[in-house]
Design a protein around this ligand. Structure first.
Ligand code: BES
Ligand code: ZN
Ligand code: ZN
Length: 499
């Protein structure tokens, strides 16, 4: 898909050429000077007139009228050189690809060196280019008859640069892998619940294992029962779909020590159970496996990038349904850890499936735990739909996760979890814990409940109820599932592997 050429881009014959413009004020130097010359200095004129802008996010598309072999130039404004950063340039590329997609072009080239600045290394530009390409051109095909017709897609991307082609190729591969894993997570979440059951999630994990050589284990209901995962099973009790406890292991090291555990909530549809959701709140609950999707997306990226870090991924997969068999408020259940739980709300099911999944990840040797879940409406009220909520029992692991999220460009914000909060979770009269201590600070209650099962193991919890999907398209993807946290989790594994 990507070709890297150590040539001047003036003779290239692609349908379009992307050129970055920094507001320096704009001077055409080097290769850009030759571009301007080819237009008899008309580009300089256009800038003077304000028709060509270097303002951040400005896109100007110019036909070349036969002056160059390429059909059109796509200028991206990058703003002030000092302010340009990796994520800004990535978004700028995203805007360009959105335009290219609209124009139904099938190939483009990029004058990569025009994106280089003091604040932005050329390798970062290459990574931003391929990552933006993958993210911005993502589409969920859906199921309409008409949408099955073949569509024009960008198939050929040529990168012109003076930099080392092998290094550029490596950076392009990293960016593309990040987008590919994110897009897989998006597709898992966008797929409706009837077509994305626990068995379908398990099947996806098996395919990843085959592609990347991971060890895979799918626990069936009988084995889950044998292990005593009473919390996970309670949520599945009302369902016609069998539960699956999915485990993937990636072991690049000789010894199975220093293991990062990634745990993702895989509720394929959340009706709320007998604490049933209102009719408006139930729509969209196919996204309740967004945590599982993030973990599977991260494993795909890890399979591509092969960091030097042992990773175990655990996904408890089930839907949360109603029937004569379903669990009910007031029920008391026993988790795999032995802790008993009074169920006060069957809609607080995420923490129940995660309780056993966390215990199981430790059973598989996880030394650090990061769980990801569309856990609470409370986090959406607290932080809105563009910030993931973070909780942690360990500052060092929190800092590592935060650093990975900054590298990925996925914003998160830490919320507190105090001893007083834990008292509320432990306040049941008849069991060790209760799964719903009330509305006040309920994102904290959800997090704290899961923390009871992490116990002394360093643990971070990511509540993505607000960020797993969006109703607004942006430069790096359409509306619908975002694939949030796939990149953060993968980059965490990469950073840990480099430590
Ligand atoms: N899956 C929901 C959380 C959710 C809400 C995800 C909105 C995405 C968008 C979760 O299982 C749930 O229902 N949580 C309850 C917890 C409450 C009963 C303590 C909630 O947030 O209302
Ligand atoms: Zn629920
Ligand atoms: Zn849920």
């Amino acid at each position: 898909m990507f070709t890297v050429k150590n040539e001047l881009f003036l003779q290239q014959t692609e349908e379009s050429l992307i050129v970055g413009l920094y507001d320096k004020p704009i001077k055409f130097e080097g290769a850009l000077k030759e571009l301007d010359d080819a237009f008899d200095s008309q580009l300089t004129e256009l800038i003077k007139e304000g028709d060509l802008s270097a303002r951040s996010k400005a896109i100007s598309i110019l036909p070349t009228y036969g002056k160059l072999p390429v059909k059109r130039l796509i200028f991206i404004g990058l703003g002030k050189e000092k302010q340009a950063d990796f994520h800004g340039v990535k978004e700028a590329f995203g805007h360009a690809f959105t335009q290219i997609k609209k124009l139904k072009l099938t190939s483009t080239a990029v004058a990569l060196d025009s994106f280089q600045s003091d604040a932005m290394e050329i390798m970062d530009s290459a990574q931003a280019f391929s990552e933006a390409f993958g993210l911005a051109t993502y589409e969920f095909k859906g199921y309409k008859k008409a949408s099955n017709e073949p569509e024009k897609q960008i198939e050929k991307l040529t990168v012109y640069t003076e930099a080392d082609t092998d290094e550029i190729k490596a950076a392009l591969a990293v960016g593309y892998a990040l987008s590919k894993g994110t897009n897989s997570a998006r597709t898992l979440v966008n797929t409706p619940g009837n077509l994305m059951t626990a068995s379908d999630l398990a099947h996806h994990a098996e395919q990843l294992a085959e592609t990347y050589g991971f060890e895979v284990e799918i626990l069936e209901k009988a084995e889950i029962e044998k292990l005593g995962m009473g919390a996970f099973l309670a949520v599945n009790q009302g369902s016609a779909e069998p539960p699956k406890m999915i485990t993937l292991k990636y072991q690049p090291k000789e010894e199975w020590t220093d293991v990062l555990g990634l745990v993702g909530k895989g509720v394929t549809f959340d009706t709320g159970g007998y604490s049933i959701k209102p009719k408006d709140g139930i729509v969209g609950m196919k996204t309740d496996m967004g945590g599982a999707a993030a973990v599977l997306g991260a494993m795909e990226i890890i399979g591509e990038l092969k960091p030097d870090q042992n990773v175990v991924a655990v996904i408890p997969a089930t839907d949360n349904m109603i029937s004569g068999h379903a669990f009910k408020p007031d029920d008391v259940i026993t988790s795999m850890s032995g802790k008993t739980i009074e169920v006060l709300n069957t809609d607080a099911e995420g923490r129940l499936v995660l309780a056993d999944a966390i215990t199981y990840a430790k059973h598989h040797g996880a030394n650090y735990l990061v769980d990801v879940a569309t856990l609470t409406g409370g986090v959406v009220i607290a932080l809105g739909t563009d910030k993931t909520g973070v909780f942690a029992n360990n500052d060092e692991l929190y800092e590592e996760v935060l650093a990975a999220s900054e590298e990925a460009g996925e914003f998160m914000w830490r919320l507190p979890l105090t001893e007083k909060d834990k008292e509320r979770i432990r306040s049941s009269k008849i069991a060790d814990l209760n799964n719903s201590p009330g509305r006040e600070g309920h994102a904290i209650m959800g997090a704290g409940f899961i923390g009871e099962f992490a116990e002394g193991t360093p643990w971070v919890h990511l509540d993505i109820a607000g960020t797993a999907d969006t109703n607004k398209s942006g430069p790096l993807g359409p509306d619908g599932a975002t694939g949030v946290m796939a990149r953060t989790l993968a980059l965490l594994a990469v950073a840990k592997g480099e430590k």
